[in-house]
Write a protein that binds this ligand. Structure first.
Ligand SMILES: [Zn+2]
Length: 265
């Protein structure tokens, strides 16, 4: 009997790191029961590439059903003042090419990132775009979870996911109360990731999503390697061990969570 399918809810399959063997990477994913992959948008120049990638790949059963799902957004790594017109472009792009979510957008308060004011402008505007378009939002939050929570609270029609969650358990509970899912990837596999491992153990399964964030953030077994969607099974096993629940149960529920949030049939 094959395992219940998984959805990789955050994978940058459009990145150059996959240019030489993208088809093989996808084949390995499908062969390992990854039924669907969600591709977040990071920069305006990537949107067409993501759109083409998603429309070119369709499932075999039932025929024509997409397995790759696009999001369009502006990632905090690449926001800058001169790119403000990208916001208008994003509104139009989403209107014409209805994605499954807005993002990846967010805040990254580590050193050497764009200044806070610029990041906040792009993030708050994209939250508004998601709310107006009635689409979920994919959020990148590093050392910024408190601010993210405050901004989400301003708009109670928002829903979405916090990708590669790195906040506290208490903050995760607040986000869940605000209709957000907590998405976890390879970082839970590291012994020193006690904060995230606690989150993986304690949050309700109905609020959990699985992701690879490939090509980044490989799990412990694949440390130093380029990450890819097929490795999602390792994260599933780690979370199954932490929660003391069968992998099948976690696969079934997280896949159903992803389908519900992103309206994937
Ligand atoms: Zn990402």
């Amino acid at each position: 009997m094959s395992a219940p399918p998984l959805i990789d809810t955050h994978c940058h399959l459009d990145f150059e790191a996959f240019d030489n063997d993208r088809a093989e990477v996808m084949q390995r994913a499908y062969a390992n029961d990854i039924s669907d992959i969600i591709i977040p948008g990071t920069e305006r120049i990537h949107w067409d590439r993501i759109k083409d990638l998603c429309s070119a790949d369709t499932g075999e059963q039932p025929p024509g059903q997409p397995r790759l799902h696009p999001c369009y957004g502006l990632h905090p790594y690449w926001v800058c003042e001169k790119n403000r017109p990208d916001i208008e472009a994003l509104i139009d792009y989403i209107d014409i090419n209805r994605p499954i979510a807005v993002g990846e957008c967010g805040l990254d308060f580590r050193p050497r990132q764009a200044d806070k004011k610029t990041q906040l402008y792009f993030f708050e505007t994209q939250l508004g775009i998601a709310a107006d378009a009635r689409l979920p939002v994919v959020i990148h939050s590093v050392r910024a979870t408190e601010t993210v929570i405050q901004l989400i609270k301003k708009n109670n029609s928002l829903r979405g996911m916090i990708h590669s969650y790195s906040g506290s358990l208490e903050q995760a509970r607040q986000l869940i109360d605000l209709n957000f899912y907590i998405s976890l990837g390879g970082s839970v596999s590291y012994d020193n990731a006690s904060k995230i491992r606690r989150v993986a153990k304690e949050i309700p399964l109905t609020s959990l999503l699985l992701e690879t964030d490939a090509p980044d953030q490989p799990d412990k077994i694949n440390q130093q390697k380029r990450n890819e969607p097929a490795y999602l099974l390792n994260t599933l096993d780690v979370i199954s061990g932490l929660r003391k629940q069968p992998a099948e149960t976690i696969a079934l529920q997280t896949t159903s969570n992803a389908r519900a949030l992103f309206d994937i049939p």
